[in-house]
Design a protein around this ligand. Sequence first.
Ligand code: ADP
Ligand code: GLC
Length: 482
Amino acid sequence: MANDSTATDPKHVIHLSAECYPVAKVGGLGDVVGALPKYLQHAGLNAWVVMPWYNKPFVQRHDFEVVYRGNFQQGSRPLEVQVYKEKHDVLGFGLYLIKIPGLLDRDEIYSYVDESEQFMAFQHGFLHWINEAAIIPDVVHCHDHHTGLIPFLMYHSDEFTAFKDVPTVATVHNGEYQGWMDWNKAILLPTFDTWKWGLLDWDKVINPLAALIKCCTVFTTVSEGYLQELTEQTNGLEHLFLMEQHKSFGIVNGIDTMVWDTERDDMLHQNYRITDVQSGKNKNKAFLCNEFGLDSTKPLLAYIGRFAGEKGADLLPGIIENILSSDGVELSIIVLGSGDPQVQTAMAFLAEKYQGKLGVHIGYEEELSHRIYAAADFLIMPSRVEPCGLNQLYSMRYGTIPIVRRTGGLKDTVRDISEKDGYGITFQHADIDDAVFAIQRALELYKDKKRMQQLRKQLMKIDFSWDKSATKYVELYRNITK
Ligand code: ADP
Ligand code: GLC
């Protein structure tokens, strides 16, 4: 990795996020925040991640020291804040956890009824700490709406004037979720210049994602394609994204090749490299199919992900029913995911109906996901919205051919086999017919063993590592701190 920083470059960058792998993750946000700072360190920066404290195995099993204790008020509620630092930088960057008894001391990341109070306290607690400790970073980098109030508070709260010249970067991983809250919660925020209330508002509620975009110095999205889509369809914020386009950048996510490495991934049944991809994948496939009671001599199609409308998960039961009920179709399918209860029920029903052809695991299993990427021949993503998508990148890295809907980051990262140097299968519409047709194309392709072999090798050679994209972030930091 190149170390091209100079003495005048920004040095200290603080990332704020609700998730960071392997501390706490429910999706790609965790992966990105667990990887990008590591690569920034390699590029010569001092990158920190600050996140809420969760009662998770990583936190229980690692050494932390309390580096700050203090108190602040959330409205009339007195809160205590403790900042825990992981002692040995085991993740390759500074990891700091904000613990606030009664709000940020729980098992799960999301879905509590007082989520707004939790994330307000996280942001307030963070600013309170760095203010009291006189820590002035060169850049503050906020991820998604959970950290969306930070730039507003840095620039418009009289408690935090020390940070009014510190530039902020916002990254939009998912514009569908915006953190909306009623205006009656404004009283829970640190005191701010009330003339500036409009910066918090979108459509008569406090909208942290909108506030983030309005107040940040620059914002990025996780692919070029999604940057364009934000101005066309973002749950009501299209106009805002259009107005603020002048300070936007599309930087596609990378993958952490230190974690996603077929040669060293200790979660796999069998490690493999490009030269023995065929036999390596076959061994992983045989093992996994045996576990799920599936026939490993047939092609194996997988789905991994949240059962959410944006992922097109509601289409899965129809797609599976359609393909498995077709005459003469030879296919094994594995589905790993959880979310929408209707999809969960439909998947459990289909798993019964198509025993021996369909294996379903409802839940979140990091290790199983690795084993599926390694074992599958194809991975399907019928997403309606996909800002970047990491699953297709992991699957390609593991020699598994992606079948994706042409949208957002999927469109940017997967080229159809019908195009020059193409290596994946793409389809236009998020509907059952288009997805089924794409799977039929995959089944045709599977018959051509030589082409499959060549494609697997081609996929594994593509460079999706963070090195390239991290360099773009470094450049961005440099430009805004000049
Ligand atoms: P999103 O963040 O929108 O869910 P991404 O494609 O960016 O989508 O990232 C999803 C990440 O979560 C990937 O690392 C994927 O392997 C992982 N993942 C999703 N669902 C599961 C699951 N049920 N079990 C294990 N890992 C999962
Ligand atoms: C979001 C998006 C996903 C993206 C991830 C990481 O969760 O839905 O497409 O890959 O963030 O940026």
